[in-house]
Design a protein around this ligand. Structure first.
Ligand code: ZN
Length: 138
């Protein structure tokens, strides 16, 4: 686990992954959209964003929320580890939905090196059960 992810909470993790997956350079997410995706209130979302800003993971200006370079690297690492777990769980017979939910509970707490070992052991699949690339999703 890189030093950056070490101090994330689950909600901060969810927030960063959503920004990475749903926002784009041209169309950054706004607070209300993010709150909608996370299914939590805007004030709660704002609190999480403030903490992520302090941690150097995001910036927000004029209501638009973006990941910093560090934030993007972190989110990409979390997503990669997430997809490794999903693949492992699905190969083991767990449903896709359950695999996704449970992978989210551990992906941000796992060392990338550990995920690499798991990935190798399960046959180095190139895509996750949802069809997203496991490596280099940039
Ligand atoms: Zn998933």
């Amino acid at each position: 686990m890189a030093i950056n992810e070490r101090y994330l909470t689950k909600r901060e993790r969810d927030c960063m992954v959503s920004i990475r997956e749903k926002g784009t350079e041209d169309f950054p997410l706004r607070l209300n959209e993010l709150a909608g995706i996370l299914k939590i209130s805007s004030p709660t979302t704002l609190n999480i964003l403030r903490r992520l800003e302090v941690k150097g993971m995001i910036t927000s200006s004029r209501g638009m929320i973006k990941l910093t370079e560090t934030g993007r690297e972190s989110a990409d690492r979390i997503l990669k580890i997430h997809r490794v777990y999903e693949s492992l769980f699905c190969q083991s017979g767990v449903s896709e939905k359950m695999a996704c939910n449970e992978a989210s509970l551990v992906d941000y707490l796992t060392e990338e090196q550990t995920a690499e070992m798991v990935l190798h052991r399960i046959g180095d699949p190139k895509i996750c059960p949802h069809g997203k690339p496991i490596r280099d999703d940039s």
